[in-house]
Design a binder for this molecule. Sequence first.
Ligand SMILES: C[S@@+](CC[C@H](N)C(=O)[O-])C[C@H]1O[C@@H](n2cnc3c(N)ncnc32)[C@H](O)[C@@H]1O
Length: 233
Amino acid sequence: MSSYDPFAQNYDAWAADMTGDVAWYMELARQADEPIVELAVGTGRVAVEIALGTGKRVLGIDSSPAMLAVARERVAGLPIDLREGDMLDFAVDEPVDLVICPFRSLLHLPTWHDRRLLFERVAAALRPGGRFAWNAFVFSATIAAQLDGKRVQRPGGLWEVARYIAADSRIELTRGRGETTLGTICLWWATKSEWEGLIDVTGLEVEALYGGFNREPFDDDSLEFVWVARKPV
Ligand SMILES: C[S@@+](CC[C@H](N)C(=O)[O-])C[C@H]1O[C@@H](n2cnc3c(N)ncnc32)[C@H](O)[C@@H]1O
C-alpha cells in the first residue's frame, strides 16, 4: 500500500493550492515530441491537461494504486498510458524528449542516493537535447515556524498538520477529515546545491531555474524551485 492511497479520493482538495504549474508544464510539452513522461502522475491532474491541450501521448507512472484508479477514470479516451510502479525503476523503450515530475513529487524520495538513482534513470531515458523539468518547495524556517504542529483546514472538512523534523530535512504531513486521521505522507526537502549536484553528477545541464511558474527569477526570496535540466547534445 502507498502512503498516498488514503488521500486519492480527495486529492483535488489537497492539491487546491497548486494552480500555476499546469500551464508551465503544458508549454514544455508543446515544445516536445511525444510521448511526454510524467513521473508520479497521481490522479492525472497535469497529464490530463497536457493530453487535452497538446493531443500528445503521455506516459504516467505512479506507485499508488488508488491514485491511479482515480486517474484511470479521467483518462478515458485520452492518449494517456498509466503504469503502476516506483519511479526509481522507470525506464523507456525509446529515448524521449521530455520527462516531468510536477508538484514536488521528487521530495517523496528520502535520500540523496534515491534522487541520484532517479536522475540517472531520467538521463538514460532522455534523447540528446531532451529536458527534465520539476518543481520543489524551498525550505523556509519562517514558514516552518508558522506551520509546525498547526492544524490547517481544507475544503470539505479535511485538515492537515505538518511536522518539521530538521535533523532529517523531513516534513510529515498528517491528513484527516473530521475526527478521522487518514494517514501521513513524508517529504524530504533539498537545497539548491543538492539539486545542482544531482544535475551535475548525472551529466545533465541546467537550462533554467525559476522562482515560480511565471518564469520569475530565482532569488533570495524565492519559495519554489522550478527547474529545467537538459541532456547535452
Ligand atoms: C503530490 S502527488 C503529485 C501527483 C501529480 N503529479 C500532480 O501534480 O498532481 C505525488 C505523487 O507521487 C507519487 N509517488 C510518491 N513516491 C513515488 C515513487 N517512489 N514512485 C512513483 N510515484 C510516487 C504518489 O503516489 C503521488 O501520486
